[in-house]
Design a protein around this ligand. Sequence first.
Ligand SMILES: [Zn+2]
Length: 267
Amino acid sequence: MKIIESNFYNEALRFIRYGCEMGWHERNAGNISLRLLKEEVDSVSEDFAFEREWVSISYPVPEMANEFIFTTATGSYFIDIQNCAETKFCICQISGDGGSYRVVWGGTKPTSELCGHLMSLGQLRKRSANRAVYHCHPANTVALTYVLPKDDKSFSEALWESETECAFVFSEGVGLVPFFVPGSLDLAIATSEKIQKYNAVIWSFHGVFASGETIGSAFGLAHAIEKAAEIKIKVLSTGLPVLNTISTEEQKKTANTYGYKLNEFKD
Ligand SMILES: [Zn+2]
């Protein structure tokens, strides 16, 4: 099968288009990654070419040794993704020691956030079936990073109380990292530490880095976070006293009803 006929490629195209409709992908903002399953690799490997140079990874990822990662190519404008789409993605093979990668299909160079994606995908596979990451720049979530205290507890509780389903969509909460230069190793390290506990990490003044079992579920988590953030921003923007909210007990009850347990942060 050709890669452009595969489910994972077409799912990526669809969800990138939805993200653009949301206004989350200005200029070349956003990137995605997916650790391919063996059957997915086998189904499309006729398209691979093993001629390009190995490139060292700034932080080795032994957890990802020998894996194939489907990701977006650096500089890709998602809003124009349909134009020569196959050049806006690439598949990287990770070396046997996890210290380098080479592009075996697609655009010449993967996203500048590749290291962060690889480190986080490596952590995720240790504790979950999540093998996809979706990164975007949703305005309301970013806006909240200017007004809420910079910690996981404050963000998680603010989102849980803003929309009823958040209590089970991300019962573990969300991680929050402070400012880091985009694409930096510091950002990659901080994110991979948070993703050991949370399926989504909010990057201060920047965006959301959400994971899932599929690109669609990672997108869905980012969407749920952004919707709750939008409601919170709207409530704050009224300037009116907040008379009602979803109590912690109600959040716990909601999570329990659907088989989850709300994370209890220590003060
Ligand atoms: Zn970004």
